[in-house]
Design a binder for this molecule. Structure first.
Ligand code: ATP
Ligand code: MG
Length: 399
């Protein structure tokens, strides 16, 4: 039994939120074919039908928009049947001196007993049949939840925290600029947590960057798929742009102008794919490209919102989230991405907008952008997809 998060307060949008959450749960569980997901107005019910509850619950914990959930048993609306199952539940967990209480809720008021009567009858029955157990109202060892609904009575004694946030997709679609680093996957996670459906935009520069660097970005994407089911990964060839900039622009402005191109391309991709904004992993003050002056000089090329979920976090705080979502170990693997390779020795920490514009006049901006757009490759990445190990296995065979 799944309890909805914040969406309960969203008034007339409620139906959308619930439908979307139902859809997302079904996607996230696509490899458990026997599950039946029913998204009702006040609760969602997931019938296991023999699927492994531990695995299903682990997956469920990653779906945004869920406040908490309880593994439950559905019993017929027959008080004797309830007594039998509830006693079993208690007996399974019983230990010397155990305390309990019963919490009844009726969402169907036609049932012949009210909540107090149910609490008394069931509590009394447990006291009689489980010797040594005691009732305790404040902080008992076990809270037995009994929920009377039209289609049965639901029994549970455990409440597990969900991921919180809003169902992915309810906030619309946006592009995430995904590098191979620590910050951008965290930014993506935070965007999804607030309901944004993200697509990854990754710039790569063969032959300067390896196949493994590209695979690393795909694998990072795969790490984020459990929150949504699947994510589109858009690889954008960046070699010609980087080579041209390197040749024609003073080295102090290499980085600024490369980033301006990345942002222009991200915007073009967003417009083509109905994205409303661009997310990235910039944090203020981390590196040369992340001063306010630098952000201003880069941001100059677009009017689309550029959102930076980790902008005010310390590196340690970002790392903590990266570890929690299991992207950290992958992010620190040393496969250079396109920015590291073309990084100038001394990038300007305070680039000027007019200088950036001036140096770009030497470039065929439209032609460079158009050719990069032509080379885009889109991959559909699903839960459980792997990209790193494949190659490593081939490699091992060669040895
Ligand atoms: P990250 O840890 O995400 O790589 P970073 O601290 O290394 O970030 P930068 O290298 O300055 O910072 O990159 C800033 C942001 O620009 C990244 O968080 C990412 O959103 C975007 N970015 C950088 N390189 C790429 C790339 N190759 N493809 C797509 N986006 C990129
Ligand atoms: Mg980086």
């Amino acid at each position: 039994m799944v309890r909805y998060g914040e969406l309960s307060t969203k008034g007339k949008n409620r139906r959308n939120f619930i439908d979307r959450l139902g859809f997302n749960v079904r996607q996230a569980m696509h490899d458990f074919p026997k599950l039946v997901v029913k998204a009702h107005r006040d609760r969602m019910h997931i019938q296991l039908n023999g699927e492994d509850s531990t695995k299903v619950m682990a997956r469920l914990k990653q779906v945004f928009g869920i406040q908490n959930f309880s593994p439950s048993i559905r019993v017929e609306r027959d008080i004797e049947a309830v007594k039998e199952v509830i006693t079993q539940m208690v007996a399974e967990k019983f230990h010397e001196g155990m305390t309990f209480k019963i919490n009844t809720r009726r969402s169907d008021h036609h049932f012949k007993y009210d909540t107090n009567e149910l609490n008394d009858m069931l509590g009394g029955h447990i006291l009689k049949t489980v010797p040594g157990i005691k009732v305790k109202m404040k902080e008992p060892d076990m809270i037995l939840r009994v929920e009377v609904r039209a289609n049965g009575i639901y029994l549970s004694h455990e409440t597990i925290d969900g991921a919180g946030g809003l169902p992915v997709g309810t906030a619309g679609k946006a592009m995430l600029m995904l590098s191979g680093g620590i910050d951008s996957p965290v930014a993506g996670y935070l965007a999804m947590k607030r309901g944004v459906d993200i697509e990854m935009v990754h710039f790569f520069s063969p032959p300067y960057t390896s196949e493994q660097a590209l695979n690393k970005a795909k694998e990072l994407t795969a790490k984020l798929t459990p929150y949504v089911g699947k994510i589109q990964f858009i690889a954008v060839p960046f070699t010609e742009i980087q080579e041209t900039i390197k040749e024609k622009v003073p080295s102090g402005y290499l980085m600024t102008i490369q980033r301006r191109f990345m942002l222009r391309l991200s915007e073009m991709i967003a417009k083509k794919r109905n994205g409303l904004a661009i997310f990235n992993g910039e944090a203020l003050g981390q590196v040369a490209s992340q001063t306010l002056e630098s952000m201003a000089a880069i941001n100059d090329v677009t009017t689309m919102p550029v959102l930076r979920p980790v902008v005010s976090m310390d590196k340690n705080e970002i790392i903590k989230i990266a570890q929690d979502i299991d992207t950290f170990d992958l992010s620190i693997q040393p496969f250079e991405d396109c920015c590291t390779i073309f990084a100038p020795p001394a990038p300007k920490t305070k680039p000027k907008i007019d200088k950036a514009r001036y140096y770009e006049e030497r470039l065929d901006i439209d032609g460079l952008l158009a050719r990069a757009m032509e080379g885009i490759q889109v991959t559909d990445i699903k839960i459980g997809d792997e990209f790193m190990n494949e190659k490593q296995a081939d490699f091992a065979e060669l040895l």
